[in-house]
Design a protein around this ligand. Structure first.
Ligand SMILES: [Zn+2]
Length: 128
């Protein structure tokens, strides 16, 4: 399904949108879009909106169903922070100090420690 996006058609406007619920593709002008709170959503181009995921659906009913599914998912603040930290650690200059990490993530040091603890705890669960 995702493969479609890689092959540019001759017409510029031909890249179809994809429904997040049923997977149907449709022209962009028919898309019903919204945003949902999702602590795993990272927006590299727009860090202020980390935690907000853009969702696309083929109709209002499907958009509402996608929204309902995300409402069921807990929003974990630490997951959001861990995402920001991970992005900083894996891009650009190496981070040498906690102060620099705080500066580049926009987080306070206690938040960073909580996020790292959450991340390690989850890793233990996944490994065990
Ligand atoms: Zn749909």
């Amino acid at each position: 399904m995702w493969g479609r996006r890689k092959h540019a058609r001759r017409s510029v406007a031909a890249v179809p949108e994809l429904c997040d619920l049923c997977g149907r593709t449709f022209p962009p002008e028919e898309a019903v879009c919204g945003h949902v709170a999702d602590s795993s959503a990272m927006n590299p181009d727009d860090p202020l909106h980390d935690g907000l995921r853009r969702v696309t659906a083929c109709c209002e009913a499907h958009l509402e169903a996608v929204r309902a599914a995300y409402r069921e998912r807990p929003f974990v603040q630490e997951e959001l922070w861990a995402g920001k930290i991970g992005r900083v650690l894996t891009s650009g200059r190496p981070v040498l100090t906690m102060t620099e990490l705080a500066c580049r993530t926009g987080l306070d040091e206690p938040d960073i420690r909580r996020a790292i603890a959450w991340h390690n705890e989850r890793r233990r669960h996944l490994d065990g």
